[in-house]
Write a protein that binds this ligand. Structure first.
Ligand SMILES: [Zn+2]
Ligand SMILES: [Zn+2]
Length: 289
């Protein structure tokens, strides 16, 4: 069963309308597709849903849900697919956190909790997944070291996990996005102890950690998030996993995703996982990898 709960569309920074993303998912053989536009932070962000468009977004995904449900117009033409309404909600202290109840009125099917921003040494927050040039200039302006960046990132990730209010934890080691060449820091003992602190916050919680393939399909990253060392620790901590496309365009659901998913499956098995968790008909269930 192919399922993906991390899909962006043109309501946020995705490149295509939700209906097009749904058609591409069906063509790629998905049986379950969850939409997860970037939820608005209080201050307007170019990559996030605008608050005044929230209800329009929810209505469009619900329309697709009906169209692709058995008997719906798209299902009659192409076969049915379960569509889910979700949001990717940022950890942005003082403005937004997944558990703040801001989106309760939408009756979401699921949500993703993600950290994209850091503020080492109390600097102006900047995104760890910005393009390298932008990231480098923010890092220089902050006066912080790369080590302080990942420590701040994992402090925030730990706080997000403890705060809760979401179903899926987004791209666990996104702080590595600009460091796939190892030029900023090593995945050494200090790094892993910061990352493992966040892993241990997951113990005893019903939080699904995604193996995120978006870096591979969109930025030619050599591996998914998170790394094998972190995956092993996640398995030891008993954290369930799912596979996420983090798709921003229909191509991200195509053949490039197949190759990335193959690697994710191998990494998950190498880390000791034997099943992934999927949300189907309103219930989280485990399926063999
Ligand atoms: Zn994200
Ligand atoms: Zn995303």
């Amino acid at each position: 069963m192919r399922a993906n709960y991390h899909t962006h569309c043109d309501f946020c920074d995705g490149k295509a309308p939700a209906a097009e993303m749904a058609r591409a998912a069906k063509e790629a053989g998905f049986e379950i597709l969850g939409f997860s536009s970037h939820a608005p932070i209080v201050q307007p962000m170019p990559w996030a849903l605008r608050p005044e468009r929230l209800s329009e977004y929810a209505a469009e995904i619900r329309r697709l849900k009906e169209a692709w449900a058995p008997g719906g117009a798209d299902a009659r033409a192409h076969g049915s697919m379960e569509i889910l309404l979700g949001l990717e909600i940022d950890w942005f202290p003082g403005e937004r956190r997944p558990g703040d109840g801001a989106f309760d009125g939408l009756a979401l099917d699921f949500s993703i909790g993600s950290v994209h921003y850091v503020a080492p040494r109390g600097c102006t927050p900047f995104a760890v997944d910005a393009h390298r040039e932008g990231f480098d200039s923010c890092l220089a302006a902050s006066g912080a070291t790369a080590r302080e960046v990942y420590r701040d990132y994992y402090r925030r990730l730990s706080a997000l996990i403890v705060s809760g209010g979401f179903d899926i934890l987004g791209h666990f080691d996104l702080v590595q996005k600009n460091n796939m060449d190892g030029s900023l820091f090593e995945e050494d003992e200090d790094y892993l102890s910061a990352a493992f602190e966040a892993v241990h916050c997951l113990e005893g919680r019903d939080c699904v950690v995604e193996i995120n393939l978006g870096g591979m399909t969109r930025h030619a990253a050599p591996r998914p998030y998170p790394s094998l060392a972190i995956l092993r620790e996640l398995n030891r901590a008993g954290a369930p996993i799912c596979f996420s496309a983090d798709a921003h365009s229909p191509e991200n659901l195509g053949p490039s995703l197949d190759a990335a998913e193959k690697m994710a499956r191998e990494l998950a098995l190498a880390a000791g996982y034997r099943s992934i968790r999927i949300l189907k008909d309103g219930e989280w269930i485990d399926r063999g990898i």
